[in-house]
Design a protein around this ligand. Structure first.
Ligand code: ZN
Length: 106
């Protein structure tokens, strides 16, 4: 159970970083690493907890799908540095920054 709490703390710190850091290009570089790192850590924790191989494979596939959707959906504003779409549901990315209304690019 301790691993799970550690993982949740790491995820929360990561999200906080993406909300606080205003450097869009740095966040754009860090975000995929963060997402796949979290997924990888989650699967490792599950295997520590004795999850069967089928569960691990299923979680890996779901986790990669979630990571890819998030990476596509979350945008970083070059104008003001905001993170847009981190807590948004759905798969389509925002076209404009929610803070400064500047158009967003990938
Ligand atoms: Zn903006």
């Amino acid at each position: 159970m301790g691993y799970v709490i550690l993982w949740l703390v790491a995820a929360a710190i990561g999200e906080l970083y993406f909300l606080l850091d205003q450097n869009a290009s740095r966040k754009r570089a860090v975000f995929p690493v963060f997402m796949f790192g979290l997924i990888g850590a989650f699967v490792v924790i599950l295997s520590f907890l004795g999850a069967p191989a089928g569960v691990l494979i299923f979680c890996t596939i779901c986790g990669v799908a979630i990571a890819l959707v998030s990476i596509n959906r979350v945008r970083f504003c070059d104008n003001c540095g905001a993170t847009v779409g981190l807590f948004k549901t759905g798969i389509s990315p925002a076209e404009k920054c929610s803070r400064c209304d500047a158009p967003l690019r990938k």
